[in-house]
Write a protein that binds this ligand. Structure first.
Ligand code: M6R
Length: 363
């Protein structure tokens, strides 16, 4: 049932090009340059803000969703851990759209956050992977990720599909709120549909990541740095590593380094740096120089041909050059593989990591 793979996690990582295509199917119209959601019948666009609630990996997708919604739909958006939202007496009302995200649809905190939001009069749209799960039954609208059954405790393909649905939802809202032109949408969608092929290409270079993991699996501390769309990805990369390899890993916005974490840098610290191509690229290169000066080890994940980044790094992982907001869809794959192979080298129980359950159905 693992389809020839050693673990469900690896199988699910490899399913990503396919489930990504499934998630886009019927929702993207390239000719018209439009996004459609059959599920969003009578969907109002008169709300004033969006509050995203989720836990763990789903929350990292939510952080990216916030960036998408603000960029493409120009709607003020906040993200909250469901476990914080539910106990904070949050300021939400009928003008708030609550967007919950959950692979299982059974996470206790997410369900409680949504129930509270409903009591306060919010409308709720949920991004979920499991048909008919508890979350889908208490939501006004459900946008399904079509990742298929995810067995590995460490979420991989569901995360990719969550990011895809959130991007499509942001574009959908942007169109309906009149802040996203047809041509811009068309260009974005045309690039979006090329991603599965690019993900396949990255998966074919899996052995390079395995070699990298062999060099780094004995490190005891990792930082993951990113900014902009790559900040949530830094959090997700760190979570993957800690979940299955039990290595301490911390995800940070690279801009925060100077405000404390740089004190950690020493030769025994490994830093995974995610570098895009937008305005903050030069700032991240600055972070890398500071880490190098203190003999910290650097793995850089950057766009093909970025020599300047490669020169500052001990190891480089290249991903294809795509529009900045699409980089997360590619950047996530080498990070998942890296966590997987580090855990494999350490001999960890990858599909059933200690202390963790697939669905956190109790607080
Ligand atoms: O089923 P959910 O998406 O609601 O689960 C939320 C988290 O428990 C989940 O993403 C968890 O963080 C994963 N183990 C991450 O790999």
């Amino acid at each position: 049932e693992k389809g020839g793979y050693k673990h469900f996690m690896l199988k699910e990582i490899h399913e990503q090009p396919q489930v990504f295509e499934d998630t886009l199917a019927g929702r993207v119209n390239l000719l018209e340059g439009r996004v459609y959601f059959e599920e969003l019948q009578e969907f109002p666009i008169d709300f004033e803000r969006v509050v995203i609630v989720a836990c763990g990996t789903a929350c990292h997708a939510g952080m990216l969703g916030r960036i998408f919604l603000e960029k493409f739909a120009r709607i003020p958006t906040e993200v909250d851990y469901a476990s914080e939202f539910r106990y904070r007496d949050p300021l939400v009302d009928s003008k708030t759209l609550v967007l919950s995200i959950s692979q299982s649809g059974e996470t206790a905190d997410t369900l409680a956050a949504v129930s509270l939001a409903r009591e306060k009069g919010c409308r709720v749209v949920s991004v979920c992977n499991v048909l008919g799960s508890s979350l889908t039954r208490i939501s006004d609208w459900v946008l399904y990720t079509r990742a298929g059954v995810e067995i590995s405790v460490a979420s991989t393909k569901a995360f990719l599909c969550q990011m895809a649905v959130l991007l499509l939802f942001a574009i959908y809202l942007g169109q309906h709120r009149g802040c996203l032109g047809k041509e811009e949408t068309r260009r974005l969608l045309e690039e979006l549909v090329t991603l599965p092929r690019l993900i396949r290409d990255i998966l074919e270079r899996e052995e390079d990541i395995h070699r990298l993991a062999r060099k780094f699996y004995l490190f005891r501390n990792f930082l993951y740095l990113g900014r902009g769309v790559l900040f949530p990805l830094a959090l997700e990369g760190a979570l993957k590593l800690k979940e299955i390899s039990y290595i301490h890993a911390e995800g940070l916005s690279a801009g925060e380094m100077k405000h404390g974490p740089i004190a950690l840098v020493e030769p025994d610290l490994a830093t995974f740096v995610l570098v895009g191509q937008d305005v903050v690229r030069s700032k991240i290169i600055g972070n890398m120089e500071e880490i190098k000066a203190r003999q910290g080890k650097i793995i850089a994940l950057c766009c093909s041909g970025d020599q300047e980044v490669a020169e500052q790094a001990d190891e480089v992982i290249y991903i294809p050059r795509v529009t900045e907001c699409l980089l997360p869809f590619l950047a996530i794959v080498p990070m998942q593989l890296f966590a997987y192979y580090v855990a494999l080298e350490k001999g960890c129980d990858i599909d059933q990591p200690r202390n963790l359950a697939k669905s956190v159905t109790v607080e």
